[in-house]
Ligand binder design. Structure first.
Ligand code: FES
Length: 108
């Protein structure tokens, strides 16, 4: 499996998350304040909530339901009630295309 186009880089707004689905995997794509693009599993590990509907703060994405903030780098929740991490996917930028391989988890 190779990386697939998830969205256009120009579609991403800084400090907001975009939900995309690739191979049936829901992914939250985030352009952080430093211009870096991150891709983490979109489903909160505490409940069936889309993290992309939450809030980006520095390099975290916070679930709106109960406030667990997940690291965009490691996928780990930094506070309860969630305690299990979401997957983090490798992102490649090719021109205006954001490419993600859902089989390749980022080494952290
Ligand atoms: S559903 Fe996300 S913190 Fe509870």
């Amino acid at each position: 499996m190779t990386a697939q186009r998830a969205c256009a880089l120009s579609e991403l707004e800084q400090d907001t998350a975009l939900r995309v689905e690739l191979d049936g995997v829901a992914i939250a794509v985030v352009l952080d304040g430093n211009g870096e693009v991150h891709a983490i599993g979109d489903t909160c590990t505490h409940g069936d909530i889309s993290l992309a509907e939450g809030f980006v703060e520095d390099d975290t994405l916070e679930c709106w339901a109960h406030g667990s903030a997940f690291s965009l780098r490691t996928g780990k929740p930094l506070n309860l009630p969630a305690y299990e991490p979401v997957p983090v996917f490798e992102v490649t930028i090719d021109g205006d295309d954001v490419l993600i391989d859902t089989n390749v988890k980022k080494e952290v």
